[in-house]
Design a protein around this ligand. Structure first.
Ligand code: E4P
Length: 216
């Protein structure tokens, strides 16, 4: 399972990349705005830190504009995935980009129907937003299960990138279901790494070591 970091914060990206467990990074206009960053500069900076796919989202809502932006974004670095919103215009753009061998991440996916159409258009990855579905009393992880199953039925090459992750449980369930990727906010990664028994166990090992460390 691949783990992407869901942030545009360079310090966080450096920190978690140094743990050796980050396979890519996702950004969106809100995450870029939160950092007050310039999209091009920040995307280039991130792509120098992480080797894997870096998602940068188009701003246009018309296919022609999306294509223009996408062709520009992929000049920024060799590892750019162009994020395209799940609309009919988005699908048109994905079809063309796929033929041009430009990787796409179809974002704002909230149903199996949308995920199927995105795969048929040739999306490299689709991003179902599990947290936002949970927020409106729908079952985000049930959607992941459906998409993984449907893609498997037809051997679609499109990968499922679980997005809008709000808890470690979302990540663990993604792994159990067999989703290819989860994009995880830094705070959730911190929650995944810690366990009280690890801290307690390490403390005890260190205390016991103190009692014998000078023994000849
Ligand atoms: C990542 O690709 C998505 O844009 C992100 O996970 C959305 O998360 P949010 O629903 O917490 O804003």
């Amino acid at each position: 399972m691949k783990i992407f970091l869901d942030t545009a914060n360079v310090e966080d990206i450096k920190k978690y990349a140094s743990w050796g467990i980050i396979d890519g990074v996702t950004t969106n206009p809100s995450l870029i705005a939160k950092e007050g960053a310039n999209l091009e500069k920040r995307t280039k900076e991130i792509s120098e830190i992480v080797d894997g796919p870096i998602s940068a989202e188009v701003i246009s809502t018309e296919a022609e504009g999306m294509l223009k932006e996408a062709r520009e974004y992929v000049k920024w670095a060799s590892n750019i995935y162009v994020k395209i919103p799940m609309t009919s215009e988005g699908l048109k753009a994905v079809k063309v980009l796929s033929a041009e061998k430009i990787d796409t991440n179809v974002t704002l996916v909230f149903s199996l129907g949308q995920a199927l159409l995105a795969a048929k258009a040739g999306a490299t990855v689709v991003s179902p937003f599990v947290g936002r579905l949970d927020d409106v009393s729908q079952d985000g992880m049930a959607l992941i299960e459906e998409i993984v199953q449907a893609y498997d039925n037809y051997d679609f090459e499109t990968e499922v990138l679980v997005a809008s992750v709000r808890s470690p449980r979302h990540v663990l369930e993604s792994a159990i279901i067999g989703a290819g990727i989860a994009t995880v906010p830094p705070k959730i990664l911190d929650e995944l790494i810690t366990h009280d028994l690890t801290d307690k166990g390490l403390k005890k090992f260190m205390e016991d070591w103190e009692t014998v460390k000078d023994k000849q």
